[in-house]
Design a protein. Structure first.
Lengths: 195, 195
């Protein structure tokens, strides 16, 4: 068999790549019937709907703020069990020479919304979605509680590292674990993966 | 039991993440400064508001518009998305080293574009949202801005949505998009290509 030179192989590869025009390559993805396109559009649509709902005062007053207060109280309880003299007031945890206010980004509601949108948009049965969504919400809530406790401990014992830990590390690891949970749900919780 | 693929993927991610984190602590201030100066310079070309005189005073990013000096509140909250995307890209399996480097360069480029857009929104939101206060203070914004409360609200919503949820969508979306593209010849279902 004749051995081709590197240049010939590259020419052939280029020919193969350019044989089909780019517009033809992406054509299947432009249709809503393509599962990946449908997933992406549904995901973004659901995300926008959830986000708009979360900006409503009614939701803020009767859902977001109570959930954040609950996280603050539970976080303070865990910290007390760990031996710190702390107390929670509204959305603030104070004591042990440090005080922290749990704001919009740290109550994990947005990460939960992100996860739920991804679960709802993914092609699976209703039962699979309900199980995945419920378990995921519990997982994210507990993970966030752990994050609040760890960040508070960092604030007490190593306050010079609090900002970096809060902004760079906790958010990136948190969102990665949410993404991994979603992949695990697809891997174990969805019987027929079509996408 | 979790799928071996996901466990391996998570291990690779954490290895890449720790490496990226160590590098990021040394270079993030340079990257953020470059992003800030780049955005100010480009705003002078694209308008309609032409921000000028980017400076770092006592560690704070400041810029000018009309006769006012403004401070940038936070840039880390958006640039940290690099710490999610790059380790995710590097952790993907079945992609050659050369392609991983290409993917990483492209990923950083797309994230940079997203962060540039976000920073522009932050500048506009700062001006429009605090417009009445600044005008009262004697800053002549009324001569260069056609202020309406609707514009102020739009920039506030854009700023909040980018700062809370769309930064995660961008970080994860770039990862999914690039890995799917570089593994397009792979015959398995789309979602399994990701890890």
């Amino acid at each position: 068999m004749e051995k081709k030179t590197r240049a010939e192989r590259r020419r052939e590869k280029l020919k193969r790549v350019t044989a089909v025009p780019f517009s033809q390559k992406i054509k299947p993805f432009l249709s809503f019937s393509h599962p990946v396109t449908r997933f992406c559009l549904l995901f973004l649509g659901l995300l926008v709907v959830f986000y708009v709902l979360l900006t409503l005062d009614l939701i803020k007053n009767y859902f977001s703020t109570p959930v954040t207060s609950l996280i603050a109280y539970q976080g303070a309880f865990i910290l007390k069990v760990l031996g710190l003299q702390v107390y929670a007031s509204g959305i603030t945890i104070s004591g042990a020479g440090f005080s922290v206010k749990i704001l919009g980004n740290c109550n994990a509601i947005l990460e939960t919304v992100l996860f739920l949108s991804a679960v709802m948009a993914f092609p699976a049965t209703i039962k699979e979605k309900v199980i995945g969504g419920s378990l995921g919400t519990i997982f994210i809530y507990l993970l966030n509680l752990l994050r609040v406790v760890i960040l508070y401990l960092i604030g007490v014992y190593a306050p010079q590292h609090f900002e970096e830990s809060h902004i760079y590390i906790s958010q990136s690891i948190f969102i990665f674990l949410v993404a991994v949970f979603w992949l695990c749900w697809i891997d174990k919780g969805v019987k027929e993966v079509a996408v | 039991m979790l799928s071996n693929d996901i466990v391996r993927f998570s291990c690779r991610f954490f290895f890449c993440y720790l490496t990226a984190l160590a590098v990021w602590f040394f270079i993030h201030s340079y990257y953020e400064t470059f992003l800030f100066f780049f955005t100010i310079e480009v705003s002078q070309i694209i308008g309609p508001l032409h921000f000028t005189s980017p400076e770092i005073i006592n560690g704070e990013y400041t810029y000018r518009l009309a006769n006012g000096i403004f401070r940038l509140s936070s840039v880390e909250s958006i640039t940290f998305t690099i710490l999610i995307t790059i380790p995710l890209l590097l952790a993907a399996s079945g992609i050659s080293r050369v392609n991983k480097i290409k993917m990483t360069v492209l990923g950083v480029f797309f994230l940079f574009l997203f962060q540039f857009l976000f920073m522009l929104i932050v500048f506009y939101k700062e001006i429009y949202h605090n417009y009445p206060v600044y005008v009262q203070k004697g800053i002549r914004l009324d001569q260069i801005i056609n202020y309406t409360p609707v514009k102020s609200w739009i920039f506030l919503q854009l700023n909040d949505s980018f700062n809370t949820i769309f930064k995660f969508v961008a970080a994860l979306g770039i990862w999914m998009g690039l890995v799917s593209y570089y593994k397009r010849g792979d015959r398995q279902v789309w979602i399994r290509k990701l890890f």
